[in-house]
Design a protein around this ligand. Structure first.
Ligand code: PLP
Length: 364
């Protein structure tokens, strides 16, 4: 964490904001991450000075020197969370301080400055308050918030990190990322590795995602929706799925791969570990190999598998394919535990169920 001075935001409103008719047209079918709201947040950092020039400004392109460090060495990181419109009119987010904390964990790994957690949350509040009309009212839709930070020093020296950075937040209305309760099929990636011990797997840095595209493309070529990452040593132990964590359901017991440093500590994952107890389920972190996954499905002991994350919430996994094996999970469709977990989680987020853990944070 660095210079914790209280920043005040300069507010510059857009003089070319979309009309309500234009906005409604987007909100009728928002897709995911394609259209952005009228404003964005920007805060600059300079070594020795700390964070400065905090502002809300009209959404628009950046002008950067071609030598800017982020273009060459990918010194950057991001977060992802949502603003939900609840039935009572409140607009809320889900555990934004957990995103702020993960932002700073990623920053430490990427030799970047931390941002005070209150400033992170305040930046979300200001952007969502300003662009509140962009938060969809349709059930299951939300405003996806994308805080990120880039290294901005125009210098090619590879031996030291940038001395300047820019933190930004942009926002985009979002529909359900996959098809809601439709089960996805997954490809077990034995050719490519997402992360190895000592690497950046636990950090939300762009390089992890750049390195994943080729495996995701291979999954699609194999007729699957998503890639499942395995451990770097043996390519046997399950780590996570694309941009989501995984849960394995053995009747009333949930198992999720432990946080070994190579997988992203998902906030949805962490929340489900807590919610499981509320739902009368046992939950544990551990290790599961692809052989155990297949054998569990074949014996019937492993009843359901689901993936979880901010974008796609809780998504059932129905079919698994690898280079030399393929099998179905349960009957290949969503099971009852997956449904209950999703309903509980989305109920808290949209305010239709109680929030016993105080996870909901009012943005405006
Ligand atoms: C690689 C990866 N794993 C897991 C997740 C799920 O994390 P969260 O539940 O915080 O969205 C994400 C999404 O942020 C991700 O990108």
């Amino acid at each position: 964490m660095t210079t914790a001075q209280k920043l005040s935001f300069d507010v510059q409103l857009s003089d070319h904001a979309r009309t309500s008719a234009e906005r409604e047209q987007v909100l009728a079918s928002p897709g995911f991450g394609q259209v952005f709201t009228d404003h964005m947040i920007s805060i600059d950092y300079t070594e020795g000075r700390g964070w400065h020039d905090a502002r809300l400004m009209p959404y628009g392109p950046l002008s950067l020197d071609p030598a800017t460090s982020v273009f060459h060495y990918a010194q950057e990181l991001f977060e992802g969370l949502k603003a939900y419109r609840q039935g009572n009119g409140a607009i809320v987010s889900f555990r934004p301080y957990a995103n702020a904390a993960r932002f700073n964990t990623s920053a430490a790994r990427m030799a970047m400055p931390g941002l005070p957690e209150d400033t992170f949350v305040e930046s979300l509040e200001l952007l969502v308050q300003t662009d509140r009309e962009w938060v969809p009212a349709t059930e299951g839709h939300s405003l996806y918030l994308r805080p990120f930070m880039i290294a901005t020093q125009p210098a090619l020296g590879v031996n030291y990190p940038s001395k300047t950075y820019k933190y930004m937040v942009i926002a985009s209305p979002a529909a359900a990322y996959f098809g809601g309760d439709k089960a996805v099929s997954v490809w077990l990636s034995t050719e490519y590795t997402r992360a190895a011990p000592g690497g950046t797997g636990f950090a939300k840095c762009g390089g992890n995602y750049a390195a994943a595209f080729v495996a995701q493309r291979q999954a699609v070529e194999q007729g699957c929706d998503q890639v499942v990452w395995l451990d770097a040593h043996e390519h046997r132990y399950v780590e996570e799925m694309g941009g989501m964590n995984l849960f394995f359901v053995f009747g009333d017991r949930l198992l999720t791969p432990a946080l070994t440093g190579t997988l992203l500590p998902g906030i949805t994952r962490d929340s489900i570990l807590t919610l499981a107890g509320d739902l009368g389920l046992k939950a544990e972190e551990g290790r599961i190999s692809i052989e155990e996954w297949q054998a569990g499905c074949e014996s019937g002991e492993l009843t359901e598998v689901f993936a979880c994350g901010t974008a796609a919430v809780v998504t059932p996994v129905g079919a698994v394919k690898g280079a030399d094996r393929a099998w179905t999970v349960g009957d290949g469709t969503q099971g009852p535990v997956t449904r209950r977990v999703r309903e509980e989680l989305t109920g808290i987020q949209y305010g239709t169920r109680p929030d016993p853990h105080g996870w909901v944070h009012k943005l405006c």
